[in-house]
Design a protein around this ligand. Structure first.
Ligand code: GLC
Ligand code: CA
Length: 514
């Protein structure tokens, strides 16, 4: 049973930047094992680790060379098994990152497929039938291999798309249908990889670009069919395991495709963006922004579309951030981050905390691209543990570090924040504890909006016996509300209440139980 998911709080680990135990400047698996108690103490009971497979690292590991081998820079299979058993001893779960849509062009399947002579992997990727065939509506790499054809890539040029077929076949000479045996042979190959890790006892997968499998599949009908098939395998053979999708479309991901959870990502114009990342030029129009003038209705309209259809099937996963987006301090003050954490820890779904967000680690705009990071590089810097050498991340020489440490005087560290009741860390820890102690705050109760009007404050919602009030704006925000019998459970900032009303002070959060 995947019941464990319901009250879980995840911690996302970018392994190369978390904790280095052999002084080569790169985080490793033993480093994660040694920090399990730290993660558990924060209140998280589950971990998603970004890809740790063998890779040339042209996309930081999302370019897999061998799905069944641990990248040597992270350690060995023994190190992984040790991590898994130490996590399970602590009743913690581990999700690996599944990259189903593409491999590295150094993967042995591709090395075989790109050759001029026939091999058993010729249909594992999508090649046109001749080198002169290069329709411009596809992202094709042309003329760089000996095989008489061009191949489709998904993301970087080094990431050839795996062949799950085409839902609408427009070029029958080289496109296989998504129902073809060739397409389903790829599905079988992916299942084999999933089984390999599930048989080791992992608790499931975060699935990279889950919607990318079948081509010419605008409605994602054939892509959903494949994931349904995977879900059946899980339900039958690995009933405790879960799949969480990088998709950001609960209808398609959770309802149609059968994912247990789907990330709410920062996509232009969606509810997540409107809450936390909506910056137009210098004007921050997010709801959770300093001097907020955001519009909560933008969020509500988008969120409830997804929530209402998917709530009986799986969870929308709020994220503090991830390895693909600028970290929160790029958009808001530490105080506003605390308010936003209060929101995420009192909403339905399964929250994910990106390493370092528990101390408000900053987004670096001064770094050049590392391993395909581009602008994402600034969110991937080493974890800041303490005031020791390299912020306690690594004993290596400075020039060997995976990425530079934030050396600013006021750079946050775990050491500085632990025990400080006014820190982002202690605030988040208390909120996680509250969520975990009260099933109504995780997923045992639905959400009911009490007050949520366009460009007005506060925003108020009920979760079972709890009511949460948010006023990120600079002005008092009053709402009609009967506080009789209310017990104050958590406050940031302040409030006043009287006969039939509550006034939430500027930049404040209030949680009551009634
Ligand atoms: C996902 C990953 C991202 C990666 C891309 C290609 O979006 O989160 O980091 O670059 O897929 O695999
Ligand atoms: Ca290391």
């Amino acid at each position: 049973m995947t019941d464990w998911l319901k009250n879980s709080v995840f911690y996302q680990i970018y392994p190369q930047s978390f904790y280095d135990t052999n002084s080569d400047g790169i985080g490793d698996l033993l480093g994660i094992t040694l920090k399990l108690d730290y993660i558990k103490d924060l209140g998280c009971n589950a971990i998603w680790i970004n890809p740790i497979y063998d890779s040339p690292f042209l996309d930081a590991g999302y370019d897999v060379r061998d799905y069944k081998k641990i990248a040597p820079r992270y350690g060995t299979m023994d190190d992984f098994e040790h991590l898994l058993s130490e996590a399970h001893k602590r009743d913690m779960k581990i999700l690996m990152d599944l990259v189903p849509g593409h491999t590295s062009d150094t993967h042995e399947w591709f090395q075989a497929a790109k050759n001029a002579y026939p091999t058993e992997f010729d249909d594992r990727y999508i090649f046109t039938d001749c080198v002169w065939e290069a329709p411009t509506d596809y992202r094709l790499m042309c003329g760089i291999c000996e095989r008489d054809g061009n191949y489709l890539v998904n993301y970087f040029s080094s990431q050839p798309a795996l062949n799950y077929g085409f839902y609408k076949v427009t070029h029958p000479a080289w496109q296989k249908s998504s129902d073809s045996p060739e397409a389903w042979a790829t599905v079988d190959a992916l299942k084999d990889i999933m089984r390999f890790w599930l048989d080791k006892g992992i608790d499931g997968f975060r699935v990279d670009m889950a919607d990318s499998l079948v081509k010419n599949d605008d409605e994602k009908i054939a892509t959903a069919k494949i994931w349904r098939n995977m879900r059946e395998m899980l339900d039958r053979d690995y009933p405790n395991a879960v799949m969480i999708s990088e998709w950001s479309n609960p209808q398609r991901a959770i309802v149609n495709a059968g994912f247990h959870g789907d990330f709410y990502l920062d996509h232009h114009g969606n509810g997540y963006n409107s809450l936390f990342r909506k910056k137009i030029g210098d004007d921050n129009q997010s709801f959770f922004a300093d001097h907020s003038h955001g519009d909560i209705e933008e969020f509500l309209a988008d969120y409830f579309l997804g929530y209402n259809c998917s709530k009986d099937h799986g969870y929308i996963c709020f994220i503090t951030n991830n390895h693909d987006m600028p970290r929160a301090p790029f958009y808001m003050s530490d105080w506003m981050i605390r308010l936003s954490h209060a929101f995420m820890m009192t909403m339905p779904g399964v929250p994910f905390i990106y390493y370092g967000d528990e101390i408000g680690m900053r987004y670096r705009t001064d770094l050049i691209s590392k391993e395909g990071g581009f602008s994402r590089t600034g969110s991937r810097t080493p974890m800041q543990w303490n005031s020791e050498k390299n912020a306690g991340f690594s004993d290596s020489d400075e020039d060997m570090l995976y990425l530079p440490i934030d050396r600013s005087e006021d750079a946050p560290t775990v050491e500085k924040q632990q025990g400080d009741p006014d820190s982002i860390y202690e605030n988040l820890k208390a909120l996680i504890a509250l969520r975990k102690a009260n099933p109504s705050l995780s997923n045992d109760s639905e959400i009911e909006v009490v007050y949520g009007k366009s460009h007005e404050f506060p925003f108020v919602y009920r979760r079972g016996e709890f009511t949460a009030f948010f006023n990120p704006s600079d002005n008092d925000a009053q709402v009609d509300y009967d506080m009789s019998g209310a017990e104050n459970v958590y406050t940031l900032g302040g409030y006043e209440s009287g006969d039939g009303f509550v006034k939430i002070l500027p930049r404040s959060f209030l949680l009551i139980r009634q």
